[in-house]
Design a protein around this ligand. Structure first.
Ligand SMILES: *[C@@H]1O[C@H](CO)[C@@H](O)[C@H](O)[C@H]1NC(C)=O
Ligand SMILES: *[C@@H]1O[C@H](CO)[C@@H](O)[C@H](O)[C@H]1NC(C)=O
Ligand SMILES: *[C@@H]1O[C@H](CO)[C@@H](O)[C@H](O)[C@H]1NC(C)=O
Ligand SMILES: *[C@@H]1O[C@H](CO)[C@@H](O)[C@H](O)[C@H]1NC(C)=O
Length: 439
């Protein structure tokens, strides 16, 4: 008896030890810590300006890779970098008088065109740091008749939260998401944040037509009017990136994942059951899309859609699975299925990946995605998507400022018939039409 008990104890210890070891090994295997710190990246090549070069930069010519402007950008780069960005705390004082803040920052407060007002949009912005950049983004997309939901990561610094809330409090149609949680990269967090914003935006009373989810590090390539024209052409169809689920990423949905110390890990010894509805094809897509209002109303009220979202909780990057999969479900308003043989020409995001066959990132690569530098402006200006991902004011203020300047020029001198490549947009829409789902 005693012997048995000792053995059992030993066994328990042994099993516990093995369990602990396995846990440690998993953590070690999947502890992947690429540097997120832009300051640790190799700085762009710099040199001092010569006297003749200190005049201001011409962003249009810079975007055309004009040699003189490239030289000028190179020499003013360091100076710009040192002066900015505006510290987060600045926004706490500057928003004390909202009227002054709004006027000085040049928000568009006058009613937009009738066409835009007849087609309101809903946006969400997910952010965790760099208030200045989120504010520039908000200013670029802000129109008094649209609605905006801002999700601030609970793990962000208190100053970030206070500053962002101060900005938000100046606008009646911008509000904070009531989801207050730590954001965990590659986890279920972004899906949860989107669901919360979708619900809040639906309850505003504004009958917006499309929902666009953004992160603070993105910037629009289109003005609100251009966006409205494109979305009107989409005529209720979503723009949700999707492709057949690639085999090399299948681990994302076949293993149980768990959060440990603010990171997501895969449990190699815990297989995940497939989604019980075998008539639902799991697709791979992007987190950032353009969703029709009808699609969102449908998914929030559809029990299979909700079961899918719930099923995705312990998968890897569920945001890159659920929207695409829902879009491919029979009955999804505005949905379609992919035709894997042809490039889909999505309109939502311009992202420059490492290894892109046609272009090389001229900025910095983080998680294989380009943080745009000013030499990428040419690439950006040639893109037909609505937003670009991603920027960092502190890494390259020139790329950001120039894109912003070029956008505002089109806001003040609108010419959507010429500033959008309608042939491209139509081709993109025609691709969906061929594979449109009934319902
Ligand atoms: C837009 O959608 C409506 C309803 O789904 C349809 O009747 C109409 O023909 C569509 N218009 C175009 C231009 O496709
Ligand atoms: C899948 O099958 C279930 C029944 O098993 C049915 O209720 C549902 O409508 C089907 N969904 C799709 C997207 O075909
Ligand atoms: C590269 O360029 C070619 C020709 O312009 C185009 O067909 C192809 O889709 C591009 N590839 C990517 C990944 O953009
Ligand atoms: C898929 O794309 C190819 C090439 O563009 C086209 O010939 C085919 O008809 C498409 N299939 C569907 C189902 O849309």
């Amino acid at each position: 008896m005693l012997f048995l008990r000792r053995l059992t104890k030993k066994r328990i210890c042994f099993i516990a030890f093995i369990g602990f070891a396995v846990f440690c090994v998993e953590i070690l295997i999947y502890k992947w810590a690429p540097s997120d710190d832009l300051n640790s990246l190799i700085p762009l090549e710099v040199r001092l300006c010569e006297k003749s070069e200190s005049a201001s930069l011409d962003c249009r010519l810079l975007a055309q890779q004009d040699a003189k402007q490239l030289a000028r950008a190179k020499c003013i780069f360091q100076e710009r970098k040192q002066s900015g960005p505006v510290p987060d705390s600045h926004y706490i004082h500057s928003t004390r008088h909202c009227d002054t803040f709004i006027r000085e920052r040049g928000y568009l407060m006058n009613p937009a065109s009738v066409e835009e007002r007849n087609f309101p949009l809903a946006f969400s912005i997910r952010m965790h740091d760099n208030v200045a950049q989120a504010e520039h983004l908000l200013r670029a997309i802000y129109r008094p008749h649209n609605v905006y939901c801002i999700h601030i990561d609970r793990a962000s610094a208190p100053i970030v939260q206070t500053a962002m809330r101060s900005i938000i409090s100046c606008f009646p149609n911008v509000f904070v998401s009531s989801l207050y949680e730590d954001f965990v990269y590659r986890s279920y967090s972004p899906v949860k944040a989107d669901l919360q914003c979708m619900r809040q935006l639906l309850s505003t009373g504004v009958v917006w037509r499309y929902y666009l989810n953004l992160v603070g590090t993105e910037f629009p390539l289109r003005t609100n009017l251009e966006l409205v024209r494109v979305l009107k052409r989409l005529n209720g169809t979503n723009d949700i990136e999707m492709e057949e689920f690639p085999d090399y990423l299948r681990f994302r949905i076949t293993y149980h994942h768990f959060i440990f110390w603010h990171d997501l890990y895969r449990n190699l010894f815990w297989w995940k059951r497939p989604f019980p509805y075998s008539n639902v094809t799991i697709y791979k897509g992007s987190s950032y899309n353009m969703f029709s209002r009808e699609f969102i109303v449908w998914l929030l009220g559809n029990h299979i859609a909700m079961e899918l979202i719930d099923w995705s909780r312990d998968t890897h990057s569920p945001d890159e699975t659920v929207w695409a999969t829902l879009n491919g479900m029979a009955g999804a308003p505005g949905g379609y299925v992919v035709n894997s043989t042809a490039s889909q020409m999505y309109l939502s995001r311009a992202v420059l990946w490492r290894g892109d066959v046609n272009s090389t990132c001229q900025g910095a690569l983080i998680h294989n995605i380009c943080i745009f530098g000013y030499r990428d402006l040419k690439w950006l200006m040639a893109r037909q998507e609505m937003f670009a991902n991603k920027f960092s004011i502190s890494y390259d203020p020139i790329a950001y400022e120039c894109l912003e300047q070029l956008l505002w020029q089109r806001v003040h001198n609108p010419d959507p018939e010429h500033s959008v490549d309608w042939e491209y947009v139509q081709k993109s829409i025609d691709k969906r039409k061929r594979t449109r789902l009934p319902g």
